[in-house]
Write a protein that binds this ligand. Sequence first.
Ligand code: AMP
Ligand code: TRP
Length: 340
Amino acid sequence: MSFPSNRILSGIQPTGNLHLGNYLGAMKNWVAMQNDYECLFCIVDLHAITVWPDLGEIAQSSREVAAGMIASGIDPEQSALFIQSHVPAHAQLAWVFNCVARLGWLNRMTQFKDKAGKNKEKASSGLMVYPNLMAADILVYKASHVPTGEDQKQHLELARDIAQKFNVDTGKEVFPLPNPVIQGPGTRVMSLRDGQRKMSKSDTSDMTRINLTDTADEIADKIKRAKTDPEVLPDKATGLAERPEASNLINIYAALADRSVDDVVAEFAGQGFGAFKPKLAALAVSVLTPIASRMTELLADPAELDRLLARGADKANDIANPVLAEAYEAIGFSTTGIKR
Ligand code: AMP
Ligand code: TRP
């Protein structure tokens, strides 16, 4: 059985603010891979409702994420950029995977534990089966590669387990085992106020993250006030080992500048944060402010964004529907009446 060898699928939630972690951990890598892979990028609104967000905002947040992706360099003509709920096969295959994945597997997912918090009984059942839907997002395209930030590693391993169990249980090689692509210094961007926590859309303090829509002054101010330590910068990357905040700022610099951490550390060795932070701020402003202004332009024409997203959904449906039919056939469902 031959599978596509260069097809990417990745996803991003349409909730709250796109931030530097999304950009460096995911979107920047997606843009870089666009010419070498057939790419599908999905705005995962079905995942967003696992925590029941402000319902009045989902459609607009989806447009904002689409605008952020295009402003960052995703070409919607070349890649399929679409909204998850516009491609019904994701939810249909997810149901099948609800019946393949074992509860024991889901019980080990750390993101569920983090998001459900202390009161697991009150979490939605959707939050529990979130990784099954994510596996469906990937496998409904038989994607070969899935580029994400480090936080998605466990979910990507689960997607491989689901693919394998489906194939074994049906005796048909329907799904490939997708390869995670988690690479570069930006795969784990941490909070500016606490080097042990990841930068996140849901953090209540806006000072913890740099949003893609922040102004130059806001970016500079957040970096100036970012938590650091009193030491000077070391001359080797290994010297950052026990210094989470210093390590985070250096990683951000390296990822923004497309340079290695070793290279950046060599340049700033012996300097304090008073010297380093203004350089980092200038670099961040130079990369991010053009993205913010392009986003504003794109958001001024929501009808055009909706048109692009509808075209993306057409491309995605064309690939996904036959794969869903193949999965149904492998299970043994009667498929004579289904649309492909
Ligand atoms: P989310 O906003 O949770 O839907 O994440 C979208 C993408 O951004 C995923 O590939 C995540 O792994 C990535 N991502 C989110 N937060 C971070 C972070 N703090 N550092 C690096 N990557 C991140
Ligand atoms: N769970 C991912 C996140 O929170 C988003 C996501 C949904 C995703 N489906 C995906 C990422 C499929 C990669 C592939 O970041």
